[in-house]
Write a protein that binds this ligand. Structure first.
Ligand code: NI
Length: 257
């Protein structure tokens, strides 16, 4: 069985003591590829070092996380542009909008997302979207700019059936399902049965949102197997089929590299 963790922050300080061991544990568990969404210019170096150590297994994205958009976001976006020019990134991410923590820079978040959508189109790379309490506005910006070249993923999706339908209608967009699907109170058991399996990719979002039975602990890519098991159960397919289909989906989405 092969799986792809499409969203894992393995460069986080939380892995300072055992980063390479954590990546090796994931590889040993069948997580063949790990896609690393960047946060901001402070994390680029650690991310690229992890990728350099495991070039067959780890792949980097470049982008500016909405929680790191502030008055200096123009400088951060210049960093994204400079890095993109190196040609070594598989996606723009992570970007999006976050209305949960702080609304001080809401307008700047919108502008930063618009600029990153334009970069995704220019470089023909998928875009990785964070939509915490902001699905409608993120969706609207994507729908407004959508064309045949734009593709991507609504990461950490825990929305309604209506929202999943809206993502499906965009064409070329996927939903990323993570540890929340294993929580008793999540709505995935109601929503996912009607979502076509060909729009699902798996993710841990490590070090955050560890699946049951590790809930509350540090998350790592090796735990993706627990998420895959739960999604297979909800979808009523074998773990092998779920692994194969979601791996195909991830490879298709990130095929430009
Ligand atoms: Ni993330």
């Amino acid at each position: 069985m092969k799986l792809i963790d499409t969203h894992t922050h393995l460069f986080s300080d939380k892995f300072a003591e055992d980063r390479h061991a954590a990546i090796q544990r994931a590889i040993d568990a069948g997580i063949e590829r790990m896609y690393l969404p960047n946060i901001c210019s402070d994390t680029t170096e650690a991310m690229n070092a992890a990728v350099a150590a495991f070039p067959e297994h780890c792949f980097a994205m470049i982008g500016l996380h909405p929680c790191h958009v502030d008055e200096n976001y123009a400088t951060e976006l210049a960093h994204v542009r400079n890095e993109l020019a190196t040609g070594k990134y598989i996606a723009i991410g992570e970007t999006g909008l976050d209305y949960h923590w702080d609304l001080t820079f809401k307008d700047q978040q919108h502008d930063a997302l618009r600029q990153q959508i334009a970069l995704a189109k220019e470089y023909k790379l998928p875009i990785v979207l964070h939509t915490r309490e902001s699905f409608d506005d993120t969706y609207e910006l994507i729908a407004e700019q959508n064309d045949d070249t734009l593709s991507g993923v609504f990461h950490c999706f825990s929305g309604t059936a209506d929202e999943a339908n809206k993502v499906a209608k965009l064409g070329g967009f996927y939903i990323g399902i993570g540890g929340v699907a294993t929580f008793k109170k999540s709505n995935h058991a109601e929503v996912l049965p009607d979502v076509p399996i060909n729009m699902i990719v798996l993710e841990t979002d490590s070090p955050y949102l560890a699946p049951t039975p590790y809930r509350g602990k540090r998350n790592e890519s090796a735990y993706l197997t627990h998420i895959a098991e739960r999604v297979a159960e909800i979808k009523g397919v074998s773990l092998e089929e779920l692994a194969q289909r979601t791996t195909e989906n991830a490879l298709k989405l990130y095929q430009s590299k």
